[in-house]
Design a protein around this ligand. Structure first.
Ligand SMILES: Nc1ncnc2c1ncn2[C@@H]1O[C@H](COP(=O)(O)OP(=O)(O)OP(=O)(O)O)[C@@H](O)[C@H]1O
Ligand SMILES: [Mg+2]
Length: 261
């Protein structure tokens, strides 16, 4: 089933001479994991933010589960956003709330304002949140304040908060950028496994090409706001990587052969 369909998407920020995203189009099926790579400023975050209209695109169409979010009114946007989970580089947890309360916040979009303000979550939802956290190895941290966790733990809580929403699409903008390599792997494995298990389509912006190749079956390569590669990870060769980053591969390599941009 098609979860996301983007066509002709364009965004030029006010005062900018060039579009940040230019005539971008692609589609994603349920359960598909797509890694977006490209240099700093290539337009990866802008693309992601245009999908759920955190940034307003100037042109093009975005359909989520066949329903158009571009041009939709506030009520429809709010409803469509429930289907789209977001994970950022910085977890955006509320430090003074417990891990469990943070994950419960994932359900806020579904509740009346009053119930949300008073934190009255249905018992069944609370059980679901606890189950999710236990499955992720965070069971012992349920009542710990989120601010006391490590970066990798916080990121896992952020992912579970997004999953609580029951999204059809998960957008991850550099989810591992501020993590050490071991925690980064744990977080990427969690994202991959949970999306696979639930048939969630996952679009993930990544700075490390080797991580993108390891976890995503399909790669979208952006340069100057445009998609210049969209295809299987297995067919992404050195020449294409050089084209995406505009640099020779040798300049993109660090210790252990990891490619970073
Ligand atoms: N809020 C904004 N206002 C004006 N220009 C912006 C804004 N956000 C991004 N840009 C510009 O749009 C272009 C694309 O930026 P974007 O953040 O989408 O790139 P990116 O690929 O996510 O980069 P990075 O890898 O550094 O996160 C850049 O030229 C950037 O300076
Ligand atoms: Mg970015």
């Amino acid at each position: 089933m098609e979860i996301l369909n983007i066509s002709g998407l364009t965004k030029t920020y006010r005062g900018a001479s060039e579009p940040a995203v230019r005539d971008v189009g692609f589609a994603m099926d349920a359960g598909e994991m797509v890694g977006v790579i490209g240099s700093s400023g290539a337009g990866k975050s802008t693309l992601m933010r245009c999908i759920n209209r955190l940034t307003e695109p100037d042109g093009g169409r975005v359909l989520i589960e066949g329903r158009e979010i571009t041009g939709a009114g506030a009520g429809a946007v709010r409803e469509l956003r429930r289907r789209v989970g977001m994970v950022f580089q910085h977890h955006n947890l509320v430090a003074r709330l417990t891990v469990l309360q943070n994950v419960m916040h994932g359900r806020l979009g579904y509740m009346s304002t009053a119930a949300g303000v008073f934190g009255r979550y249905p018992e069944e939802e609370k059980r679901r949140a606890i189950e999710l956290l236990e499955k992720t190895g965070l069971g012992e941290f349920l009542y710990r304040r989120a601010g006391e966790l490590s970066g990798g733990q916080m990121q896992r809580v952020g992912i579970m908060r997004a999953i609580m929403q029951r999204p059809a699409l998960l957008l991850c903008d550099e989810p591992i950028a501020s993590l050490d390599p071991a925690s980064a792997l744990v977080v990427m494995e969690l994202i991959r496994d949970i999306c696979r298990e639930r048939g969630i389509a996952c679009l993930v912006n990544l700075h490390q090409v080797d991580v993108a190749l390891k976890f995503a079956e399909r790669i979208v390569g952006m340069r100057g706001g445009e998609i210049i590669y969209d295809g299987p990870a297995s067919e992404l060769d050195g020449e294409t990587i050089e084209r995406i980053y505009g640099k020779p591969l040798s300049q993109l390599m660090i210790g252990g052969g990891a490619v970073v941009a």
